[in-house]
Design a protein around this ligand. Structure first.
Ligand code: ADP
Length: 261
């Protein structure tokens, strides 16, 4: 974004000229846009889970309810609390990324075991998600990375795959290698992503806008965080998707042989 300012100068004695000031205001415009987006996302994304938690706790406090209903309400409260907690984490991360205050603690990592741990957490709470998760891999690539960040990256992608899939759906995760990279692929059979969205998908606050995504909810921050984490690891991330059929997110991270560590 450029801001252009022009002023004509007339100097006695016949000198005439124009002063042209062209200022790059990309950063300011971007900061303003982020602030506006933040306010509208916070107001929507906080209000929905909060009113749901409020409503269900009120129901439980004011009425005699049977154990089955109680379980159902508690499960909703649990899900909504999780949603709020993810929301706060995402906001803080984006804020930190913005101010450049994110430190990466690089170490030698066994990628397969990290993927396995992340999936294990989802499997343990499967009752809440009802999605089949399959880890298909025969390789155990070694990478150099920040374990917390790599887990966050995988979490965001697996979480999206689950979130944008119908109940009872299946998500496949593969870990593989080629000469230079370790590759993780996360494939779902959910709602898919329209072609026009590909160019913006990894931008902060970008969400595909349709009735499904509005119902499911989200901040549009998860993939922007993924992009940043992958960049810090000198990797690449990309997506292939067909509306109504599903999506595959692929992350490639440079391989590091053990002896180079
Ligand atoms: P959100 O909090 O909205 O899920 P993300 O940054 O994680 O934010 O994703 C941005 C948008 O990309 C989502 O709003 C959704 O429209 C689309 N998206 C991401 N992952 C998937 C997926 N696995 N299937 C379908 N759509 C997806």
């Amino acid at each position: 974004h450029l801001e252009v300012y022009a002023e004509r100068i007339d100097i006695e004695g016949g000198w005439k000229g124009v002063i042209l000031v062209i200022r790059d205001i990309t950063r300011e415009t971007e900061a303003d846009r982020l602030k506006t987006e933040l306010v509208s996302t916070v107001s929507h994304e906080l209000r929905t889970p909060l009113s749901s938690i409020y409503g269900f706790t009120e129901l439980m406090l004011n009425r005699e309810i049977d154990a089955i209903k109680q379980q159902k309400y508690l499960s909703t409260i649990h899900n909504e609390t999780e949603r709020l907690s993810n929301l706060v984490t995402d906001f803080l991360d984006v804020q930190r990324m913005q101010s450049g205050g994110q430190r990466y603690q690089m170490a030698h990592l066994d990628l397969y075991s990290i993927v396995d741990q992340v999936i294990g957490v989802y499997k343990a709470s499967n009752g809440l998600h009802d999605i089949q998760l399959h880890l298909l891999s025969v390789e155990r690539p070694a990478i150099i990375g920040d374990e917390t960040r790599i887990k966050q990256l995988l979490n965001n992608l697996v979480n999206n795959a689950i979130k944008y899939s119908p109940d009872g759906g299946q998500v496949d995760i593969t870990v593989s290698t080629d000469q230079e990279n370790a590759t993780i692929q996360i494939t779902d059979h959910g709602i898919g992503i329209p072609q026009y969205a590909f160019a913006h998908l990894f931008d902060k606050f970008y969400r595909v806008d349709n009735s499904d995504t509005r119902r499911i909810g989200g901040t549009g921050l998860g993939l922007s965080i993924c992009k940043e984490i992958v960049k810090e690891h000198d990797g690449v991330i990309h997506v292939e998707s067909t509306v109504g059929k599903g999506s595959t997110f692929t992350v490639a991270l440079p391989l590091h042989a053990l002896e180079n560590v």
